[in-house]
Ligand binder design. Structure first.
Ligand SMILES: C[S@@+](CC[C@H](N)C(=O)[O-])C[C@H]1O[C@@H](n2cnc3c(N)ncnc32)[C@H](O)[C@@H]1O
Length: 209
């Protein structure tokens, strides 16, 4: 892991939401170069391709939850998606995302709380790199389901070690058992190629309530 950015490590070691926001404030300007070039970050392109497989139209309303600097939005924009909104709790990361000019709207939301968004606002939601150590907990799945219309899709990544340890697995299974969503696909794939880190890439379909 020689050359691993210290600020990346800081995002995993943060003990409070404020410490995490501080780490992202410091990292926002260098995030794209450090992750994509430095660590071989392929999470956004792999997840965007996975979601694209399930969408019928490029005019789908898509929410990029935990958008960061907008790497996912850039890829969806190149694929032809024109109605993608961006949401993150770090105003510094959001500012970088806005500069890319690939989103319809960018707004601040804390995903560990209820979202100020109406039910069924989106045809699809994508969340990359945000279900992981010290970031957003498994209860956030319920809000992503609420804002995604029945029949719509939710694609997300989960860092491997965190999958069981942080309760994501239990919550995913609970929502399956309650017929809240149906698993379409779950695959272990490369995430940070140069760090030999993999992640789970998952897509669920939201079921009628
Ligand atoms: C590793 S970055 C991933 C960003 C982007 N999706 C990507 O793939 O490059 C994680 C993002 O989650 C955001 N985040 C962390 N905790 C959050 C929370 N409670 N609510 C919303 N966003 C949060 C961070 O600000 C950061 O932008």
């Amino acid at each position: 892991m020689a050359g691993t950015p210290e600020l990346w490590i800081a995002t995993y070691e943060a003990e409070t939401s404020e410490e995490l926001a501080d780490a992202y404030e410091k990292w926002a300007g260098d995030y794209d170069a450090d992750t994509v070039d430095g660590m071989g970050y392929v999470g956004p392109i792999t997840a965007a391709a996975m979601l694209d497989h399930y969408l019928d139209t490029k005019s789908a309303r898509v929410l990029d939850a935990g958008c960061g600097t907008g790497l996912v939005g850039e890829i969806l924009h190149k694929m032809g998606y024109g109605h993608v909104d961006a949401m993150d709790y770090s105003c510094d990361m959001l500012r970088e995302a806005e500069k890319k000019d690939v989103y319809k709207q960018c707004f601040e939301e804390d995903m560990n709380r209820d979202l100020a968004l109406p039910d069924n606002s989106y045809d699809a939601t994508i969340c990359v790199g945000t279900f992981t150590y010290a970031h957003v907990g498994p209860d956030a799945f319920e809000e992503l389901v609420r804002v995604t219309r029945p029949g719509g899709h939710i694609t997300f990544t989960i860092r491997d070690g965190a999958y069981q340890e942080y309760g994501y697995r239990d919550k995913m299974l609970e929502l399956e058992a309650e017929n809240v969503w149906r698993l379409q696909e779950m695959r272990e794939k490369d995430y940070l190629v140069k760090e030999s880190v993999t992640a789970k890439f998952c897509t669920y379909q939201v079921l009628p309530g």
